[in-house]
Design a protein around this ligand. Structure first.
Ligand SMILES: Cc1cc2nc3c(=O)[nH]c(=O)nc-3n(C[C@H](O)[C@H](O)[C@H](O)COP(=O)(O)OP(=O)(O)OC[C@H]3O[C@@H](n4cnc5c(N)ncnc54)[C@H](O)[C@@H]3O)c2cc1C
Length: 490
């Protein structure tokens, strides 16, 4: 239980929690501070280093624009500071806090290792100056580290993790927090400056820029990024629309031609919507049941718990943030590093229609259906035996919903290098996956016009077609090679 704070001036440090509703740090700061401001610190060099792509960053900036307008209605000014790297954040934030005469900084925890190190350094440096630092567990339903086996160990397998998480969550209701209170404006107007020079050319400003080094983020100001409307309002609308068809989720979710999944991932990852809001919606439609009741709803809740599982794993196994496989022995796989083959995979030119259509979906819309993520990841890491880390990186650079924990978890699961991974001998057959989940080729036809006139049988494994590539690897032999390699690991 936290002690009750009472502070004069508070600062909410926003990161991947860009919303006003159900934001733990923002809500609690508004409750215990007399005056409140928020700050967002852009670190484009570190973002680039973490492979965060242009679409993801543009979407984040667009969410920030929307949030600034919302916060104004609560009399909370949002400052923007651009520095370069995470390592500069502690000093910069200390400087901001001192200049703004802040007594306490509030933020929601982030879990990849560099983010954790940054946050520890921030706490240390601010505490030296007597500034309170409060981090909240907000990105997950339960704090990482709190879901344990009977022996107090972290779970390495999803199903028992899910069982325990549900038991723990069911002990209390999942209740999203309200918006922050409206902050009083002192007589004579706000005491917050419009901007401050921070030295070294940096400026703390209430104007969110339309440009950032390393990125081209012009479309952030329009609020629509590659067809995705950014922000909390759009996220709430999407949740509402999805709630009307959630009961069909289990039956339809694996068919990429249908728009049957929620497409909430960009919003969950930027924090425009919270995991509690999503879970609360699902539970309220399922009489409070986490399992049972509607199969569609229970299945969707289970997917939300996969996200939870992968996020918890990051904290218990820091090596996941260091480019290492969960299963150490898989370091012995003789991965192939063929740039030309990799480029063909990434451009959607493998000659396997479902793989190519999926990669076109990613390249055109910055998002890919979950079933397709598994198919293309399996094709790259198993049939082509290319190092899964190349694929993980490409996804991160191109997805609007790129999330380190889920992306790493998804790639390692598919490549059989991760915790709870697919058994190595179960290699997805892209042709039968295609026949099963895109039976009449609707999805393939949408992205590969050269194949549009083929019949429903041929479209999955086509004869030579002008303008469409021949298959770049022997799918069957690739499968056999992968199984043999994994079977031979010590
Ligand atoms: C190789 C690979 C890479 C992936 N990379 C990412 C990524 O970078 N970011 C990301 O958010 N998801 C990733 N996923 C998980 C999943 O594909 C997406 O979350 C999902 O496709 C997003 O669409 P949706 O919002 O319509 O999901 P829905 O089916 O509506 O699910 C609701 C939410 O549950 C979570 N979720 C669903 N499936 C999974 C899953 N398998 N693992 C973790 N969380 C899940 C997501 O937050 C999702 O938004 C990856 C999966 C694979 C196999």
């Amino acid at each position: 239980m936290r002690r009750k704070l009472s502070l004069e001036r508070g600062l909410v440090w926003l990161r991947s929690d860009l919303r006003m509703h159900d934001n733990s740090a923002l809500y609690h700061a508004s409750q215990c501070c007399q005056q409140l401001a928020a700050v967002f610190i852009a670190c484009p060099a570190s973002w680039k280093n973490h492979d965060e792509g242009n679409t993801l960053v543009t979407f984040r900036m667009a969410c920030l624009h929307e949030l600034q307008t919302r916060l104004q209605t609560r009399n909370i000014p949002l400052y923007f500071l651009h520095i370069s790297t995470f390592s500069q954040v502690p000093k910069a934030l200390q400087h901001v806090a001192l200049r703004l005469k802040i007594d306490g900084v509030f933020a929601n925890a982030e879990y990849p290792i560099n983010e954790q190190r940054r946050d520890t350094a921030v706490r240390d440096i601010l505490c030296e100056r007597g500034i309170q630092v409060e981090y909240y567990s907000d990105r997950t339903l339960l704090s990482p580290g709190s879901v344990r086996t009977g022996n107090g160990e972290p779970y390495k397998v999803f199903t028992p993790f899910k069982r325990t998480l549900i038991q723990l969550c069911a002990e209390s209701a999942v209740n999203p927090l309200p918006v922050p209170r409206k902050m009083p404006v002192p007589e004579g107007g706000s005491h917050w400056p419009k901007w401050l020079e921070m030295g070294g050319g940096a400026r703390l400003t209430q104007k969110i820029p339309g440009q950032l080094p390393n990125y081209s983020i012009d479309s952030a100001v329009t609020g629509v990024v590659r067809g995705w409307r950014a922000g909390e309002k759009a996220a709430q609308k999407r949740l509402k629309v999805f709630s009307e068809r959630i009961t069909k989720y289990q039956a339809e979710r694996d068919f990429p031609a249908f728009d049957s999944t929620s497409r909430l991932s960009p919003y969950l990852n930027s924090g425009a919507i919270s995991i509690r809001q999503c879970t609360h919606m699902a539970l309220s439609l399922n009489d409070g049941c986490w399992q049972g009741g509607s199969e569609g709803i229970a299945c969707w809740i289970s997917e939300l718990i996969w996200r939870e599982f992968y996020t918890h794993l990051l904290v218990d196994f820091p090596r996941l943030s260091m480019g290492q496989p969960f299963k150490v022995e898989t370091e012995g796989v003789p991965w192939v590093y063929n740039q030309d083959l990799f480029n063909r995979w990434s451009r959607g030119e493998t000659g396997v229609p479902i793989v190519d259509a999926a990669m076109c979906q990613l390249n055109e819309s910055a998002w890919m259906h979950n079933r397709l993520r598994m198919i293309v990841a399996s094709f790259l890491s198993k049939n082509m035996l290319i190092d899964w880390r190349w694929g993980e990186r490409y996804f991160m650079q191109h997805l609007i919903d790129g999330d380190f924990a889920s992306n790493n978890g998804g790639w390692q699961w598919t490549a059989s290098t991760g915790t709870d991974a697919a058994p190595y001998f179960r290699v997805f057959n892209p042709y039968s996956q295609s026949q099963r989940f895109d039976p009449d080729g609707t999805f393939i036809r949408r992205y590969i016009p050269e194949l549009a006139l083929l019949n429903d049988r041929e479209i999955h494994n086509p004869p030579p077609v002008p303008g469409y590539p021949q298959v770049i690897c022997d799918v069957g032999a690739g499968r056999k090679r992968a199984i043999a390699v994994f079977a031979g690991l010590k």
